[in-house]
Design a binder for this molecule. Structure first.
Ligand code: AP5
Length: 216
């Protein structure tokens, strides 16, 4: 049986970067509610249209919408052998809904990795992030720059900035994280499944800490 993992932490801490690597190495699905919602927005589905206003402003999408997305995704065959939840749960109601869902189908979560870094590091990572809308490759202006400014190394597409990586939505996302998501840390710590990952270092240093945290 593969691992069942949750990646928890503030916006910009590097959860998605580490999640992609680990999920590929462990051959488990990477279930990112942010990525699923952005795909819905790009495809202009009714769900995407509903979610977009919240996302662009840095607010959370309502629990019932997000819980339904995750329940459907966990129901797929490839989630039976482990998965990595990235950016879910984010509220106490989402954590309760997940526990109910897992009691029905999958077993309990093996580990919750809590990534943390000071706010100035988060703001630097968020404001410097760029992505390729054509192939999905991720960049950062200083930490992971493309060879040619503004151009995707992989497919030659023009790099863009996420709407919610502008200063005002970043401020809002950090505020929402502190108000709604941070309390889940105590919930999972008292359940004994939380491992803290200092995420101030390089991508490779953090990946090594993640690997060590799964050895025990
Ligand atoms: P989501 O997409 O989940 O955004 P987030 O949690 O704010 O996280 P980010 O993707 O911004 O950051 P990350 O920690 O993954 O960092 P990354 O690896 O990309 O959610 C977006 C929105 O969707 C939410 O605001 C909400 O509206 C909605 N939503 C999603 N889930 C929801 C839920 N459960 N409930 C309700 N609403 C929900 O790295 C960031 C940058 O830093 C990159 O450029 C990267 O290259 C760089 N970087 C990464 N690691 C390092 C490093 N070690 N050193 C230097 N640079 C680094």
């Amino acid at each position: 049986m593969g691992l069942r993992l949750i990646f928890l932490g503030p916006p910009g801490v590097g959860k998605g970067t580490q999640a992609k690597r680990l999920a590929a190495a462990q051959a488990i699905p990477h279930i990112s509610t942010g990525d699923i919602l952005r795909a819905e927005v790009n495809a202009a589905t009714p769900l995407g249209t509903q979610a977009q206003t919240y996302m662009d402003q840095g607010e959370l999408v309502p629990d019932d919408l997000v819980v339904a997305i995750v329940a459907r995704r966990l129901d797929r065959d490839d989630s039976r052998n482990g998965y990595l939840l990235d950016g879910f749960p984010r509220t106490a109601a989402q954590a309760r809904a997940l526990e109910q869902e897992l009691a029905k189908t999958n077993g309990p979560i093996d580990r919750v990795l809590y990534f943390h870094a000071p706010d100035d590091v988060l703001v630097r990572r968020l404001s410097g992030r760029r992505g390729c809308p054509d192939c999905g490759a991720d960049y950062h202006l200083t930490a992971l720059p493309p060879k040619v400014q503004g151009v995707c190394d992989r497919c030659g597409g023009s790099l863009t900035q996420r709407e919610d990586d502008r200063p005002e939505p970043i401020r809002k996302r950090l505020e929402v994280y502190r108000a709604r998501t941070r309390k889940l840390i105590d919930h999972y710590r008292s359940a004994g499944s939380l491992v803290e990952i200092d995420s101030t270092g390089t991508v490779d240093e953090i990946a090594a800490a993640v690997a060590r945290s799964l050895e025990t």
